[in-house]
Design a protein around this ligand. Sequence first.
Ligand code: TYD
Length: 205
Amino acid sequence: MSGLFITFEGGDGTGKSTQVRLLTEWLIEQGRAVVTTREPGGTEVGTALREIVLHHRGEVDPRAEALLYAADRAQHIGTLVRPALERGDVVVQDRYIDSSVAYQGAGRVLDAAEIKRISLWATGDLIPDLTVLLDLPGDVARKRLAQEHKTFDRLENEHDDFHERVRAAFLALAAAEPQRFLVVDAAQEIDQIAHVIRDRVGALL
Ligand code: TYD
C-alpha cells in the first residue's frame, strides 16, 4: 500500500480532535490527498454502532462491547481506510486498536492481548505507520472536558481510576513500540503540539 496511515490516541479531553484537524489542514496545504476519520463511527454502519457503544442505557457485556468496537473497525478499515491507503492517500484517524486495548483492557475483565487479537483479525492486521499519543494527567483532562462538555458518554462517565488505568495502558503500549509511537505532552500549547506532530509526519511523507 502506498498511502500513509496515521492514528491519534489518548484519553478523553487530551485535545485529539483539535490536533487531527490541524494536521489535516497542514497535509492539505502540502498538496496531499487526505482522508480524516474516526472510530467508533466513520461509516454508516459505524455510526449506528457508535450510538450503541457510547449511548446505550443499561448494561453492555464487556465482550459484547469489545466486539462492537471490533465490528465498527472491520467495516471502517475494509470499506474506507484500506481503499484510501491503496489510492495513496494519507489517512488521519481519531482512535484505533490501541484505544480498544487501553479502554476495554482497563476494565480489568478482558485480557489486553485478546482484545488486540480480535482487532487485528477484524482489520486483517493493518498497523498504523505512526501513532500520535496525546498524554495528559487524568485530572487535567477531566477538567478540560467538564469545561467544554454538555454531557458525558458512557466511557467518559467511568471513575477517575479507570481513566488513570487507560492512561497507563496507552503509555505502556507506546513504550513497547517506540518506533510506531510519538508521545506528546498534551499540556503544551496547541501550536507547539501541532509543530511536533508536523515534524514527525513531514519526515514520513
Ligand atoms: P471519542 O471519539 O474520543 O469521543 P468524543 O466524541 O467524546 O470525542 O471516543 C469515544 C469513546 O469511545 C472514548 O471514551 C473511548 C471509547 N473507545 C473505546 O472504549 N474503545 C475503542 O476501541 C474506541 C475506538 C473508543
